[in-house]
Design a protein around this ligand. Sequence first.
Ligand code: KG4
Ligand code: ZN
Length: 321
Amino acid sequence: MILGVETSCDETAAALVTRGGEVLANVVSSQADLHARYGGVVPEVASRRHLELVVPVVREALAEANATLDDIETVAVTNGPGLIGALLVGLSAAKALAWARRLALVPVDHLHGHVASLYLEPEPVEPPFACLLASGGHTLLLDVRDHGGYRVLGTTLDDAAGEAFDKGARLLGLGYPGGAAIDRLAREGDAEAYTFPVARVPGLDFSFSGLKTALLYAVRDLPHGELERRRPDLAASYQRAIIRALVERVEAAASRLGAEQVAVVGGVAANSELRASLPAAALAPLPLCTDNAAMIASAARFVEAIPWPGYLAVDARASAA
Ligand code: KG4
Ligand code: ZN
């Protein structure tokens, strides 16, 4: 089996996945509570927490699968993009483990990992498809032709979709990270109550920063004490604008590619309005939308492994490949 390790942001995760794509264990320890009081992820705090958690989380994954280190054949680890210090903790742990046991190592691109969340049992999705990857750090449209990678068709010019959710949640006083909170609150609100602009940039790119400013003004212009009453409407209208932009663009990408299949992955793929808006799309399973290591181990099945001991010089990288 493959041991996956993921520490690119504020989730410390380990998973055990078979060559065939069966998930035997998937452990995610979120640091969200730790960062909540700062209103966002503090990189150095994240690195230190990963250091404390990475070994216990791997141990827990082994226990969950009723396995030992002897059962592991390959170690897969995210080496970018992400927070550099956070990545280095997972990469160093994975290297040490693989090297000591003379195992092969697969450095995995985090974005490929999100796409590979679709390739796991029990309902694996088969390429080709047009893919929307929307998370806290990225908003990308991808042309996925095979299991081994992707081609970028469009990206965000400013904020990522998840970041727009998180910043909106903060303006509404919903805490961090706020995507799921907006999703919940929006169900009680009227999405037509406010008209928020969806920026139309040329091609297949996105822009969300204007939307965030529009919400800021709407909140600021409320009569004193009105925010409490209007919060569900604001959440619903704001969410509607983000989801419209995402749905419009992924459909445009699919028609440009002539793709018969559309897929959605990443943390924002957990959004209920997005899922309902794309009923025919292949959607990442809910527990695999936000960062996890099962998707990293999944991607590793389609990437050439580096045999022992050739991987000690493999480096982490903060930005996309
Ligand atoms: O994929 P992910 O865990 O991390 C990155 O790789 O960035 O995505 C986290 C993002 C956060 O911005 C969070 O607010 C958002 O996903 N998110 C949601 C929902 N659940 C998580 N956004 C909208 N609706 C949700 N239900
Ligand atoms: Zn991610």
